[in-house]
Design a protein. Structure first.
Length: 357
């Protein structure tokens, strides 16, 4: 497993991270707490030492499970969590988004509760969870700096979502000196706005790192959602329209060449190739796939060490992306414009939106 630094914070993360939204919730398959703990332990044993959770996942359950799983191994783990959703005073309605709260008193209370659940006195990365740009005031940034100064936080980030978009928020994370990382949906099929943030980091000389989530495009690029797959209503991936998957399967066939590298250094699975494509960007510090079991952990953690994409392979992907992988029909996503009304995305000339998920 290789490692990269978050910005210039001195905090190193494994190139493959453990997205802990998979534990403490049943949105990506139901499992017992014991099974969840075992998954985290398996990931650590495989070198996946960056663990990314959030207080809203299972309304604290994910953090408690992570706290149990890393008990006695805290010094091996680069631990991240997120705050900003007020689930304490609001009921969860299905997969709907909860109200956000960035009041100083609320954030102080929420952070202390997170530390208690994680059974630690500090986190290596604290992220604002889907915070709107207008709500991240100078007072909020002052508070984050205070936590960094007193050692309870080593690095700061801004996690974007739940829909693809959030251009203004990501640009602010790159611009503001406080933030070492911006986390966003970013994958070979859904390149915006992740590619925009990568370009902005390069153009501005910013030290901000990108953390890529949903690297397998909700089951397409790891081929866990196939034409024979039946998605249950509670499965997060069922929020995608059927056209998304139908066109996606055609796109997967267009990039089969990535499974057979054009240099004699071994092979890759499609899932590993998708991760390697992201890691071809130096600005991407870590990729957080959604592990479901030990087999996923074994295969995807190895992506850090399989052959990287050659320049020719990367350029070929770029060419295919520019012409929509030669798929000439609607993928059902353009009508689902949720991020800040899509206005910032539209103004930037980006034409893809995604459903809330």
């Amino acid at each position: 497993m290789q490692h990269r630094e978050l910005g210039n914070s001195g905090v190193e993360v494994s190139e493959i991270g453990f997205g802990a939204w998979v534990v403490g919730t049943d949105w990506w398959g139901d499992r017992s707490d014991e099974q969840a703990v075992e998954m985290v332990e398996d990931a650590l044993d495989a070198g996946v030492t960056y663990v990314d959770t959030g207080d809203v996942y299972g309304h604290g359950d994910s953090e408690e499970i992570i706290g149990r799983a890393i008990d006695g191994r805290r010094d091996e783990v680069t631990l991240a969590t997120k705050i900003g959703y007020d689930f304490y005073n609001n009921p969860q309605a299905g997969h709907g988004e909860l109200p956000k709260e960035l009041d100083r008193e609320y954030l102080e209370t929420a952070f202390e509760r997170s530390l208690d659940r994680l059974d630690t006195d500090h986190v290596d990365l604290l992220q604002l969870h889907n915070a709107n740009v207008d709500d991240v005031t100078p007072e909020v940034r002052d508070l984050l700096r205070e936590w960094k100064a007193d050692g309870r936080v080593r690095a700061l980030g801004w996690a974007l979502g739940p829909s693809i978009g959030w251009l203004a928020e990501g640009d602010a994370a790159v611009e503001y000196d406080e933030f070492d990382a911006v986390q966003t949906v970013f994958n070979l099929f859904e390149q915006e706005p992740g590619r925009h943030f990568v370009d902005t980091v390069r153009e501005t000389g910013s030290e901000t790192s990108v953390i890529a989530r949903v690297p397998h495009s909700s089951g397409l690029l790891n081929e866990q959602v196939t034409p024979d797959t039946v998605l249950e209503d509670g499965d997060h991936r069922s929020h995608r329209p059927k056209e998304w998957y139908e066109t996606g399967w055609e796109k997967v066939e267009a990039i089969r060449f990535l499974e057979e590298p054009d240099h004699a250094e071994g092979t890759r699975t499609m899932a590993q190739a998708a991760i390697r494509w992201l890691l071809a960007h130096d600005e991407v510090a870590s990729v957080t796939p959604t592990f479901r079991d030990g087999d996923d952990i074994a295969e995807w953690s190895a992506a850090s060490d399989v052959p990287p994409l050659s320049d020719a392979e990367y350029d070929r992907v770029d060419e295919l992306y520019a012409r929509n992988f030669d798929v000439d029909r609607d993928d059902g996503m353009d009508v689902l414009r949720t991020s800040v009304d899509g206005e910032d995305i539209e103004a930037a000339g980006l034409d893809k939106r995604a459903a809330s998920y």
